[in-house]
Every structure is written in C-alpha cells, then in structure tokens.
Design a protein around this ligand. Sequence first.
Ligand code: R5P
Length: 298
Amino acid sequence: MKIFSGSANKPLSLSIADCMHLTLSPAELYVFPDGERRVWIEQNVLGEECVVIQTTSTPVDTHYMELFFLLDGLKRSGARSITLVMPYVGYQRQDHIFRSGEAVSMEVIVKILEVLRIDRFIAVDLHSIKIPEFFTLPVMHLSALELFAQEIKTNGWNSSDSVLVTPDMGGIRRIKILSAMLDKMPYMTIVKNRDLATGEVEAASSKGEVKRRAIIVDDMISSGHTIVEAAKLLQKQGAEEIIVMATHAVFSSTAPQLLQDSLAAKIYVTDSVYISSEKQFAKLIVLSLAPLIARKIK
Ligand code: R5P
C-alpha cells in the first residue's frame, strides 16, 4: 500500500502513516507563478493499492484542484485502487437547495470524484448523513464522537452534573449517539436561527434541562458565532462551566479570538483541519484523528 498526501494537512497525513508503520510516498506538488498547479507522481504505482489523504479546508478550491490532479496522476500511472481520505470535506454544508436557484455544490464535488475513479471514500463527521448517498461507491463515515466520549470519561464528567448540548437541531442525531456512549448522559437542544443572507446567528431558545456543566457538541466551528451565542444562552440558564467539543476547526476570520473571549472554558477540536500557530489559542485542545483513521484504512 502506498500513501500520498496533499498539502492541506501534512502533519495529519504523517501521523496517519506513522500509525500504519508506513512513510508517505513522494509526489511533486508544484505551483506555477500564476497559481496553477502541477502534480507529478514520482514513484511507480502500477498495480498498487493507493491511499490519498487530503482535507479540503481553506483555501478550499485550491485544495480540491490539487486533489483532483493527484487522483488523475495516480490513475494514469496505473494505480490498482484509490482510497480517498478526506478528514474535513469542503462544501459539505451545501448539500441541498436552501433557496431555489442554488447549486448543490457537494453533489458536484462527488460527481467529480467519481469521474476521477476513486474506489473508496473515508470522511469524518459529515454535516449530514445524506452526503454518503451522493456516492455510488463505498463510503466510510467515521466520527470523532468516540474521542470526545473518551475525553469526557477521563475528566470524570458524568450525568450527575453534566448535560450534552447540541447548538442547533441539525446536531440531534450526533448528540443522541454520544449520549448512548456515555450511559445515557442527558442532552438538550438549542434552537438556532441563522440569517441566510448575513450569516448572523441567534441562539433563540432551548429544550431540556441545563446542569452545572454544559458540554456543547458540534460538527464544526467556522465563524464561532454558533458557539458564542449558545454559551451565552446556557450561562443565562444556569450553566457554570461550558465545554465545547467540535470535530472540524474550520476557524474562519476572527473565530479564534471570539472563542478565546467566549464563555467556554475549554474548546476541544480534532486535527481534521490544520490549525496554524496564529489560529491557536489558550482554551484550545486538539485531539488527533490519526489512530482512528489509520485503523479504518487498514
Ligand atoms: C451548522 O449547522 C453546523 O453544525 C455548525 O453549527 C455551524 O456550521 C457553525 O458555524 P459558525 O461557527 O459559523 O457559527
């Protein structure tokens, strides 16, 4: 088996390869002065089982183009099969038509990946469970919830003083699974309103009983507004300690500062997205997905 990595999150690719006792295979990812990319598979992959790891975080289009060229290079070089590991999937929130006339961007991406003849797709905590249905090939949908459950147990947080919280109705399935992993830890839901034009978020109301510790669980943090507003509402309702656990640290614009200044005490994320040193902050704790992904590739 040969493992190739795109440039979006090399540290994660190296850790995955390390967990599998393998090294990354070389591929030249050259950027021309005008920004165009050229990919060259430097090794013989004829008849080989290949794995390509590329997270499609910001700059999302650039990372997708690089990935498309990597996949094409491998197929043209005779790779027998390609497993694509995309820990964070760019465009996944555009998985249906919100307003008539909109493109379903996620479906377009899936069509391109299938044209490029990947054989298997591995992703982590997709925004909706409908996304695997866009594919006609096998999809392995992994989840960071087992890492979060472990962290909750290690900290000794339990049902007597803690409640799991989903900051919007879309996360209800996720929170029920986590609750089941934690001996039915109680959970509550926040009703969030988002203005589609401005992106502004309001945590309007909640259902369920707040406890001393509220553990907000989400699939991703982008602007950070969902977390900030949810934390405000939970504190108003009596929570004394607010913990956040979100799989994908998308962290656009001012998110790191907003999160550091928020009412949350700790923010757990995974390394599905590379977090540069400028985007790190004191409350941030990063859990690695590498062992989980390595196990599943095998
Ligand atoms: C929304 O449906 C997602 O689950 C996240 O809550 C959302 O994408 C977070 O976005 P932001 O950090 O921009 O509020």
